[in-house]
Design a protein around this ligand. Sequence first.
Ligand SMILES: [Zn+2]
Length: 201
Amino acid sequence: MQILHPFRGSIQQYGEEISDANRYRPAGCPQCQAQCPLIAHGFYCRTLVDVVFDGVIRVRRYLCRLCKRTVSLLPDFALPYMRFSLSVIRLFLVARLLEGRCLREAAGAAWQPHMSYQRGQFWIRRFQKQAAALCTALASLTTVMAAADFLTRALHMLEAIGWMAAHRFLFAELRMHLLGWPRFLIPHGCRVSFPAAWPTF
Ligand SMILES: [Zn+2]
């Protein structure tokens, strides 16, 4: 299971902070609700592309002594199963869908001038599918804004709330992925079947 690591700082600072197993050690198990601190259980590595970073980050893992399941502490600047950071995806979607810029310009606005068209279109498709659900889910955090369609309304709501704050709320409170869970993790981000090959866009 993944839970969010509420981190404010650079990715380099995150790398240093995560070395200390005690700093964000969960006091209980989010899966079986056992009230005993989880034990450090190493790391896994994942790739991440941010505005000024393109590389591998470590993600801290903990183990519950009782149910023997692991919990990983995903930094909140990364979306589960997305190689690109939330900031990059936000910059792209706002430039393309709110400001009406072409795909190439939107990729430039997200500091990814060499990004493939397919990747951007993939993000747009996922966001389009998710827009109505986002409007409903985020209604408790901001006023529902008048807009021509769900997609525009969802973008305005995310801009008003802040994408990071919205992501934290969706993930922690509703187990909802801002861009929708990949098919093999529907409905709540828990693995229900063996994943088919899933592109890490
Ligand atoms: Zn447990």
